[in-house]
Design a protein around this ligand. Structure first.
Ligand SMILES: Nc1ncnc2c1ncn2[C@@H]1O[C@H](COP(=O)(O)OP(=O)(O)OP(=O)(O)O)[C@@H](O)[C@H]1O
Length: 375
């Protein structure tokens, strides 16, 4: 069942009266790689299982072009699935595991053989085709699982944290592998992960979820440079989140924020009102270290070697902690100045209101952003 567009329209799923996923609207275009991203419990797997047909919807609908899909049984949707536990048949060889789905479809024997061998080649398991899953490494087993899904040429491939059981090095390799397969086979993929780096590197578009609600949908670049609210910023590596107050001179393009002995100029994202409480966020790599006579004065407390760069923690006299990344290596106890580029300091309404003024995910944030003194 191939499609030009797959549309999720107000997809909602609740468990015992509690919404696990609320009002998900998303259009997946054929050939796209979409990542569903968010912390544990945000509703990612629920969304994927609704798409797969493993969970009935509480409200809303799913459409494959003009055909309603949410009423179609899981096995008739023609989707491929890859999960974190590979769920391979332990008593069957790699080759038979991959061929199994084709055999179930009663395809001609020659076609089964041709497609199976091609899938084995695609995931580079030629040398292991006769082994049992138990004789393979985790990464190899995951490749079998992927081959088994894509050999059926599914209209959509659904992956739920497929790399989470692998070690760091293999995860990176498999990530490249998955992207390569997606491209070379012209797949359409929906991929669930809690790892923002994985999502940013794999996906054409990301859907950031929090407490069952979409926070933002966008390209990696859009999310990276323009998170819609501070929750998304938090997730996108804006490690410095400061609870401050907007000055009276709040404009369209610039806002002065003050508090905890700080006075910084930033860029408003969303409806930031003069005098309002805000969350100002900046990434560690967007802060610059200079001498103590310039910028925000602070003292270096932690210096952590991280390959080419150094992660630095510094604290101001008022106890605000900053996380920085630099190429130069300051010494412990050194007095430095921290320069904040106004374009890179994003200022969000503290209630979590979105950039488009949509205040659906609003409400006083449950978790407090770091203000330095809380750590
Ligand atoms: N079968 C179920 N019965 C009751 N509650 C459920 C069920 N499945 C999920 N939930 C609840 O729905 C919410 C979303 O769960 P979901 O598994 O979709 O989150 P997730 O983002 O995939 O998290 P994780 O990465 O930890 O799997 C959670 O609060 C979870 O406890």
């Amino acid at each position: 069942m191939s499609f030009a567009q797959l549309r999720l329209d107000g997809v909602t799923r609740s468990f015992a009266g509690h919404d696990a996923l609320t009002d998900l609207n998303l259009t997946v275009r054929s050939g796209e790689f979409i990542a569903l991203l968010g912390p544990s419990g945000c509703g990612k797997s629920t969304a994927l299982n609704c798409l797969a047909g493993l969970l009935p919807l509480t409200r809303g609908s799913i459409w494959s072009d003009d055909t309603r899909l949410d009423t179609v049984q899981a096995e008739r949707r023609g989707f491929g699935m890859v999960f974190q536990n590979y769920a391979l048949f332990p008593h069957m060889s790699v080759r038979r595991n991959i061929a199994f789905g084709l055999q179930m479809r009663r395809l001609p024997r020659a076609e089964i053989r041709r497609r199976t061998e091609e899938a084995i080649r695609l995931v580079r398991l030629e040398e292991h085709a006769n082994k049992l899953p138990g004789q393979l490494s985790g990464g190899q087993q995951q490749r079998v699982a992927i081959a088994r899904a894509v050999v059926l040429e599914p209209a959509l491939v659904l992956m739920d944290e497929p790399l989470s059981n692998l070690d760091a090095k293999l995860r990176l390799e498999m990530r490249t592998e998955i992207r390569r397969l997606h491209q070379s086979l012209g797949l359409t993929t929906v991929y669930v992960t809690h790892d923002q780096e994985e999502a940013l590197s794999l996906a054409d578009r990301l859907v950031v979820l929090r407490e069952g609600r979409v926070q933002q949908i966008g390209t990696p670049e859009e999310l990276h440079t323009r998170p819609a609210n501070w929750h998304v910023a938090d997730f996108m590596g804006y490690r410095n989140l400061l609870r401050l107050r907007a000055d009276d001179r709040t404009g369209q393009d610039e806002v002065v924020v003050t508090g905890h002995g700080l006075r910084l100029v930033g860029t408003p994202v969303g409806p930031v009102r003069a005098g309002a409480e805000v969350i100002a966020g900046v990434r560690p790599e967007d802060l610059r270290i200079t001498g103590p006579e310039e910028g925000v004065p602070a003292v270096v407390e932690v210096v952590e070697y991280q390959g080419r760069e150094v992660a630095v923690e510094a604290r101001t006299a008022d106890g605000v902690q900053f996380n920085l990344r630099t190429q130069t290596r300051p010494t412990l106890g050194e007095r430095i100045g921290i320069v904040v580029d106004p374009v890179r300091l994003l200022v969000f309404p503290a209630d979590g209101t979105d950039a488009d003024g949509d205040d659906r995910p609003a409400g006083e944030p449950a978790e407090e952003p770091t203000t330095g003194d809380s750590r």
